[in-house]
Design a protein. Structure first.
Length: 147
């Protein structure tokens, strides 16, 4: 279907950004699509982790398997596979007073249901869901913005 991107600046170094991006408790607060982690007991996602998540989209209850490909040096790469596929990348680049966070989500779907859900996800992302998500990341990392 499409690839969506968003960028923001945050008042945190890349390691702090990655800690937020990989914390299961925090992910649900900032993610562009609502979901909950089902079977992960760790403190942070790490490369090689596989977790299941449950959420809703277009009035449907959905489950995905998430494979974390990379989670280090301010870089998170993962793939969520369910009725649709989401290829996700977050990159935090160090700046003088914090970091720039770049987010990218590629959406694809197969079959009638997969294409329908991929279009619904594209519509959410086109409406600003990814931009809102990186804004929530910035607020989580900057106590002044959160107030």
């Amino acid at each position: 279907m499409a690839t969506w991107t968003a960028t923001t600046r945050v008042a945190a170094v890349p390691d702090q950004v990655l800690a937020l991006l990989t914390s299961p408790d925090a992910i649900a607060r900032w993610a562009p699509i609502d979901f909950e982690v089902l079977d992960f007991e760790g403190e942070h996602l790490r490369a090689g982790n596989r977790v299941r998540v449950h959420g809703g989209l277009a009035g449907r209850s959905l489950e995905f398997e998430v494979a974390v490909d990379e989670a280090e040096d301010g870089h998170l790469v993962l793939t969520a596979i369910g009725p649709i596929r989401l290829d996700v990348e977050y990159l935090a680049i160090a700046l003088t007073n914090g970091s720039e966070v770049r987010a990218s989500i590629a959406v694809s779907g197969r079959g009638l249901l997969g294409r329908f859900l991929a279009h619904a996800t594209d519509a959410l992302l086109a409406a600003g869901a990814l931009s809102s998500a990186v804004g929530r990341i910035a607020r989580e990392l900057d106590p002044v913005l959160a107030a």
